[in-house]
Ligand binder design. Sequence first.
Ligand code: ADP
Length: 294
Amino acid sequence: AIYNVGSINLDHLYRLDHFVRPGETMASDSYQCLLGGKGANQSVALAKAGADVKHVGAIHHSEQAVIDQLESLGVDTGLIKRVDVPTGHAIIQLTKEAENSIILYQGANHALTEEQIDNVLSKASEGDWVLLQNETNLIEYTMRKAQENKVKVAFNPAPMDAELTKKVLGFVDLLIVNEVEAMDLIGTSDIDSTIEAFPKAYPELAVLMTLGKAGVCYFDGEEHLSVKAFSVDAVDTTAAGDTFIGFCLSSLMKGEDMKQAITRACAASAICVTRLGAAPSIPTQDEVTTFLAK
Ligand code: ADP
C-alpha cells in the first residue's frame, strides 16, 4: 500500500471582474467549492492509477462530504483524523483574464499528531511507501518513523522550503520536484545548469524532475533518463504534477521499471493538461492505456 500523508483542502472559487480592492465589497459572478490540496489530488491520481492508496490527514469533524468524495474516487479514508480545527481551505479569486489571487488557510492540515503517525506506521509493512508533500506538519517526524519501519519515502517538497528539504533528504528514497522547486533547491535561476548541478550536489539521491511541456528527467547515481512530454493542446496545467506523481508511483509499485513508469505518467499528465480543473481532470487507467495505444 501507499500511505499518502497529505493536505486536504476545500477550494472556494469565486469568478470576478477584477480582484476585490481595499475597502471594496463585490458580488461574485459564480462560486464553486472544489476538493483540492496537493495531498488529496495525489491520492486521487494514485487511486485512478489503480494503486492501493490510504490517505493520512485531518479535516474538521463536520466535513463528511469530503470523505464521501474521496471514497467515491477510490481513496481509502480510514486514516483521516477528524479534528476541532477548520478544514484547510483556499479562497480563490479568479478574474476574466484568468489571473488568480489566493488566500490559503492550512487549518486541519497542520493538526496531525505523532500518535496518528505512529499508528499509521504500525500498520505499514516493508515494501510499502509513504508519500509526503509540504502542506502538512510533522514531515521530518513521519520520514524518520518510516525509515525506522523500513517503509520507503517519496517526497514532493511543494511548496518548496529549501531549508527543511535539505534537512530531510537523508530519509528520502525518491525526490520528486518540478523546475521551480529544483532551482530553489540548487539556488540558481537557470534550469539547464540546475539539471547539470543536481546529480553532482546529491549523487546518492534518486530524483525525478518534471520539466513541464519539456518532459521529465531522472537520475539516481547510476541511471540517467530523459523522457519527452507528449505533444498536446494544453488548456489548464493545474494538477499536472500531481497526476504525474500518482501514476508514476502506482506504476513503480506494480513493478514497472522507471522508464515505463515515467512514460505512463507523462501520458496521464498530458491528458490532464487538456482538461480544466484539478481532481476532475485526472484521467483513469483505461484512458491512459488508450492514449498510449494511439
Ligand atoms: P507541476 O504541475 O508540478 O508544475 P510540471 O509543470 O512539470 O509540474 O508538469 C508535470 C508533467 O506534466 C510534465 O513532466 C509533463 O509530462 C506533463 N505536462 C505538463 N505540461 C504539459 C504540456 N503543456 N504538454 C504536455 N505535457 C505536459
